[in-house]
Design a protein around this ligand. Structure first.
Ligand code: MN
Length: 434
């Protein structure tokens, strides 16, 4: 599975002309999955694959049954209104489908005429959640984020002693995960009393923040009681998406001890509609390294082959004012997944060491991905030093935390010389008043 193959050939071009543009998110080497509907039939959600600025309808393709063998088996798992059936298969079947889709969409394919009628422009589509998400776990794998935030919450003790041994995580809530393009109301909650001995305040959150994360969709799971060894862990990754783990910092600061995040996190999360298959990301695997001065991972978290991924992430912001004036969103920050302290295989291996069963369609969040430098912060909490330093937007407004009407936009891409850019699409959502 971790082998490059003909679908990764950088010279491959598609008969879908827009897929050959250098700035497209979806060249033929990407082939991301989504659940979409046509704007004309907005409830008829089905599985599709992105190619340039088009979507290929895989439910319609499945009904034509053009493939044989494993690819046919995988394609028949695409006739539903979510990706769970496809996710529940295995790397061999996913790979067979990707190979046939790649050949069918490649320039010169004899299937061009058949497939051409099954394309919908992405501008005519709306999206649904890619999967029915059974369980959602959020991790905390950026040491840079953990240190910066730890400093604010616990100045004397920023990094807790377990951090470099255990991939820290908590169980989040799946019901409030939405697909990009939605809006949600500013949460109400209970906040720390203003003076010692006073009652806690209750009201709309005043320190609303985003968290720049990647989501990992689990493919085939594990039976309860049987762990996933780290050597096998990557074969359980179906694909990755963008994830915004919206956070109410004032509610969080008051509620988080001793059991961790609760209402400060579970009111809304946003994911991008496109799931980039793990196979599409293989050219961007890089060696995972742990600094020799840090504790080395325990044997069950240690692997010669488990890798990091080179994925660049970006945060953009638009406000009511900027949109009214017709201005482009402001760029805020950028980080890279390769700067994370733990890799995905370690998360999966750790999550299942106790026999916890992961299931197809489960979502793991990486935790806020921040880098070591200024300008690489994955949250406003870090950018504004806990709200103490205002952020100046190019059109004259200031922000310490998010205001009503603010829209946060995440983007991500993988780039290297002599290889087409693999983009993630966008993950965007807007804050509405309480
Ligand atoms: Mn988070």
């Amino acid at each position: 599975m971790n082998q490059l193959n003909a679908t990764h050939d950088p010279a491959l071009k598609s008969w879908v002309v827009s897929a050959n543009q250098p700035d497209t998110d979806f060249p033929i080497q990407n082939l991301p999955y989504a659940v979409f509907a046509s704007k004309d039939a907005a409830h008829d959600f089905r599985v599709g694959v992105g190619i340039g600025d088009q979507i290929l309808d895989l439910r319609a393709l499945a009904s034509l049954a053009p493939f044989k063998g494993e690819a046919a088996q995988a394609l028949s798992a695409c006739k539903y209104n979510n990706l769970n059936a496809l996710m529940a298969l295995n790397t061999s079947l996913w790979s067979a489908l990707r190979s046939e889709l790649s050949q069918s969409l490649a320039r010169g394919s004899s299937r061009k005429e058949l497939l051409q009628q099954l394309l919908l422009p992405q501008s005519d589509a709306i999206y649904g959640l890619p999967a029915q998400i059974g369980d959602y776990t959020d991790f905390y794998i950026s040491l840079h984020h953990a240190s910066a935030v730890g400093k604010q919450f616990r100045p004397d003790n920023p990094l807790l002693p377990n951090y470099k041994w255990v991939p820290i995580g908590y169980h989040g809530r799946a019901s409030s995960i939405n697909v990009s393009g939605h809006s949600f109301t500013r949460p109400m909650g209970q906040m720390r009393p203003e003076a010692e001995g006073a009652e806690p305040r209750v009201g709309p959150c005043e320190r609303l923040d985003y968290e720049l994360e990647l989501g990992i969709f689990i493919g085939n799971g594990n039976p309860q009681g049987r762990r996933i060894p780290i050597e096998d862990a990557e074969s359980h990754i179906f694909g990755l998406c963008l994830l915004n783990d919206w956070s109410a910092r004032d509610i969080q600061a008051w509620e988080y001890q001793p059991l961790g995040p609760f209402l400060a996190k579970n009111f809304a999360s946003t994911i991008s509609p496109w799931v980039i298959s793990y196979e599409a990301l293989l050219p961007f695997r890089i060696p995972y390294e742990r600094s020799p001065s840090d504790p080395q991972p325990l044997p069950y978290l240690s692997s010669e082959t488990a890798s990091a991924l080179d994925i660049k992430l970006e945060v953009w912001l638009s406000t009511e004012q900027s949109r009214a004036r017709g201005l482009e969103p402001a760029y805020l920050a950028s980080s890279n997944f390769k700067d994370a302290y733990w890799n995905i295989a370690q998360l999966i291996s750790h999550h299942t060491i106790n026999g916890c069963n992961l299931r197809a369609g489960d979502l793991l969040g990486t935790g806020t991905l921040s880098g070591p430098e200024s300008g690489q912060e994955g949250s406003l909490l870090e950018m504004t030093k806990g709200g103490n330093q205002a952020l100046h937007l190019p059109w004259g407004e200031e922000r310490r935390f998010l205001e009503d009407g603010d829209e946060v936009i995440f983007k991500a891409s993988c780039q290297k010389d002599h290889y087409p850019r693999i983009g993630f699409g966008k993950c965007r959502a807007t804050v509405m008043p309480t």
